[in-house]
Write a protein that binds this ligand. Sequence first.
Ligand code: NI
Length: 252
Amino acid sequence: MYFDTHAHYCDKRFDEDRDELLYSMLDAGVSLILNAGSSLWSSKQSLELADKYSFIYASVGVHPHDAKSMTDETVVELETLMQHSKAVAVGEIGLDYHYDFSPRDVQKKRFREQLELARHLEKPVIIHERESLNDMLNLVREYSDLIGVFHCFAGSWETAKIVLNLGWYLSFTGVITYKNARRSLEVIEKMPLDRILLETDCPYLAPDPKRGRRNSSLYLPYIAEKVAQVRGMDVHEVAELTLENGKRFFGI
Ligand code: NI
């Protein structure tokens, strides 16, 4: 059975068939889904999905794109949402200097506040990092008492070692099935198997051969297949291993 550790089923691209799709998950071998919040609105929606489906858990947090929309009140609201029994992580949070939709000093301030929240609640964090590696690693080292995952990891083995040495996890999407994924495959080849998580980040990043379509957790086997190839394992072994890793990470 598979665990999709990062999905966005609140996205409007699922409005037409969300329930139908989610009802099909268990039969398709997907036994757990972490629906990731990226704003106050989507964090609330994630918890509603978690209420409705036994196999869905939620994370609560504001993405760096939306950091500029946060006020001092927002963190208080996030803390309230985190009281829900199926709110198992703070995320996705982080820094994104590629798009710079929020000023960098604002991103850092709001990211830090949410790291503090996770520390206070003793919950894991889901990290979004894009073109902000130095600032990110400095912050993460400061919060090395936390446990976290770098979601959609596409960094080098050098970076991976730093993250792994903190005791943190790395999560991989369908991007590892694309032609230019050699760097990620090197990381997968070398990293300890007990720190790897699988995710779709759906509706984004559909793996080959579904690239360009709307993604969903049903495509997790394509990602697991790639990991299995690289590690010389059976795809079912990869599914079970990453399911166990995910359950341990989120405390499910
Ligand atoms: Ni995401």
